[in-house]
Design a protein around this ligand. Structure first.
Ligand code: GTP
Ligand code: SPV
Ligand code: MN
Length: 588
């Protein structure tokens, strides 16, 4: 435990507010976690799965009204509304604290307060940061114990310091009308009430590691990004690292754990996973950009995960994993989801816990945003550098999204400034990861629209400042789109493991080993330079998804112009200039 005065004072204050029956300090020991698992099973909060087939695995069902992040109830409570910017919801901090305290008051009566000390990043790394989450949910404790580094060593590292992030979570009644996920960046504080779903309640993840951390990064000169980190090893054993930002449910976990196509594997190419969702990056002693993954596990999308699409993710979920909102197979007490295999169970419960027959039911059995919480150490391709306190050097930054049209398979920005522009104009079709309509194209700069803890105009400015700091050692910036559709609505590019072919081109560009064709939007590969060996995919089709249609891009430029208006005079002049140059090139 701790003698840290700032921690103890805050816990006292919160105890008085929420009035728990009992307080439990989470020490991260297997003994304590095992007792909590047993307790959660005895109350029905969790369900123990088949321990022969899935050792240490459990199933949890959230309330049916509580299955995804709620962006319209997620707010940045900076003192000045202006500082939250036009893309965040905002509430005056004084008003917000009062409202939240009124909701939280007495809400732990009859319940236990669990105190979770956690480190985002390897404990003791100069890049890591510490948080304390108070929760009344065992499910949250057990997930945090997988997703972060929890326990006494965190208190020891913190010592007397006041540099830590406060997080209060109160399940309350899971009342959707009183659900709020509130951030106070100026106070290093997060308060989440009336939810029990992942991104709303695992406060180390989106709330701290992105919303609060992006604000800290701006002030302290580093970056917190919604990015996977992966290492590509060539047959000589040399490793290059890339970081990639795609919006929620747009392929980060899949790319991070990719298995190269057969031909590459034979030659000795490998991919190593450092992270699948979040990257913290800063300039290292050698002047390059170095990244750590602040997390310790994967909170991955279950549907679509199978032995073909992502064997490494599936293997990661075979022990010590918590499944949320998937199908329970009653025959052998295992789990199932759409896209796992072609053999749905007939005797099962759907994600709501209702009887469900996979052979006859019209309805999906697993929720489209059902998830697994798996320890990173389970992953067969976890990087040797996963626990490295200095992180890994980043050669390329890749942006991407779901676009049925317009955006080519891959292109490279002209330089850092143009790369910031490419990130700022990202757009993607919305997914089930957040409540609301699915499949609508929306602008999602750097995949950070729901996760930036301050004014997005200032966030763009920070990207330019980082470019100045890094100079010619800055990573090269690219954009990818795996999601182009044909006229029948099928994906054209095979994706998944075959995305390695695109990564290879990206690395070659970073090394100056391959030429490219200049287009209005940036550098696009010559189709012949993307290796299609072993793939039934014609050069012609490849050319069609590399083609930059200037007429479509003129429409795109209009959309960007509209979007940029939101930022008013906070839009960096460099971005306005980039847009003007794009328009001029399109008109040529
Ligand atoms: P979050 O955890 O929400 O941040 O999602 P993510 O970005 O990690 O997405 P994930 O890798 O879980 O993929 C989400 C969905 O995209 C799954 O249904 C995948 O099957 C699908 N997907 C991922 N990669 C590809 C790809 O290369 N091609 C196609 N067509 N689909 C893909
Ligand atoms: C996302 O939505 O981007 C996720 C899942 O990674 S959540 O933790 O819910 O944010
Ligand atoms: Mn994510």
């Amino acid at each position: 435990m701790t003698t840290n005065k700032s921690v103890l004072a805050w816990i006292d204050e919160m105890k008085e507010l929420v009035q728990p029956d009992k307080l439990v300090w989470i020490d991260g020991s297997e003994e304590q976690l095992e007792a909590l698992r047993a307790e959660a099973c005895s109350t029905g909060e969790m369900h123990k799965l088949n321990q022969e087939k899935l050792p240490g695995c459990y199933l949890h069902r959230t309330a049916v009204n509580d299955v995804a992040r709620v962006e319209d109830r997620t707010m940045i409570c900076s003192k000045k509304e202006e500082d939250a910017g036009p893309t965040n919801h905002w509430m005056d901090p004084e008003k917000a604290y009062k409202m939240l305290y009124d909701i939280a008051r007495g809400s732990y009566k009859g319940r236990t307060m669990y105190v979770i000390p956690y480190s985002m990043g390897p404990v003791g790394s100069p890049l890591a940061k510490i948080g304390v989450e108070l929760t009344d949910s065992i499910y949250v404790v057990l997930n945090m114990a997988i997703m972060t580094r929890v326990g006494q060593k965190v208190w020891d590292t913190l010592g007397d310091s006041t540099d830590w992030v406060k997080g209060l979570h109160c399940k309350c009644d899971i009342d959707a009308e009183k659900r709020y996920i509130m951030h106070f960046p100026e106070d290093n504080t997060i308060i989440s009430v009336n939810s029990g779903y992942g991104g709303n309640v695992l406060l180390g993840k989106k709330c701290f590691a992105l919303r609060i951390a992006s604000y800290l990064g701006k002030n302290e000169g580093w970056m917190a990004e919604h990015m996977l980190i992966l290492g590509i090893e060539n047959p000589k054993g040399e490793k290059k690292y890339v970081a990639a930002a795609f919006p929620s449910a747009c392929g980060k976990t899949n790319l991070a754990m990719l298995i190269p196509p057969e031909g590459y594997k034979k030659k000795g190419y490998k991919v190593w996973t450092v992270g699948d969702d979040i990257a913290w990056m800063r300039k290292g002693p050698d002047g390059r950009l170095w990244a750590i993954n602040p997390e310790n596990g994967f909170f991955g999308v279950a549907p679509g995960t199978n032995m073909k699409s992502n064997p490494n993710a599936l293997i990661s979920t075979q022990k010590g994993t918590i499944f949320t909102n998937v199908v329970q197979n009653l025959d052998d007490n295992t789990v199932w989801w759409e896209g796992l295999d072609k053999n749905p169970p007939e005797h099962a419960l759907n994600w709501k816990g209702e009887p469900w027959n996979g052979k006859t039911s019209e309805e999906k059995g697993a929720h489209p945003n059902s998830r697994f919480t798996a320890p990173a150490k389970n992953c067969p391709c976890i990087s040797d550098e996963f626990d490295s306190t200095s992180g890994v050097p980043i050669s390329a930054i890749i942006f991407g999204g779901r676009r049925a049209q317009t955006t080519p398979l891959v292109y490279q920005s002209r330089d850092w400034a143009n790369g910031v522009f490419v990130g700022s104009i990202m757009a993607s079709e919305t997914t089930a990861a957040a409540a609301g309509a699915v499949g609508v194209v929306r602008r999602d700069p750097m995949a950070m629209l729901p996760f930036c803890g301050y004014h997005m105009g200032d966030y763009f400015k920070h990207w330019f400042e980082m470019g100045d700091v890094l100079g010619d050692k800055a990573p090269k910036i690219f954009n990818v789109n795996w999601f182009r559709l044909d006229d029948e609505g099928h994906f054209i590019w095979p994706g998944f493991g075959d995305n390695f072919r695109v990564l290879e081109w990206i690395i070659k560009r970073c090394e100056g080993e391959v030429d490219a064709q200049e287009t209005a939007i940036g550098y696009v590969p010559y189709a012949e330079d993307i290796n299609l060996e072993g793939l039934d995919f014609s050069l012609e089709t490849l050319k069609s998804i590399l083609y930059v249609d200037n007429e479509q891009w003129k429409k795109e430029a209009e959309g960007i112009t509209e979007f940029y208006k939101k930022f008013g005079d906070k839009l960096p002049a460099q971005l306005a200039a980039q847009l003007d140059s794009l328009k001029a090139r399109l008109d040529k």
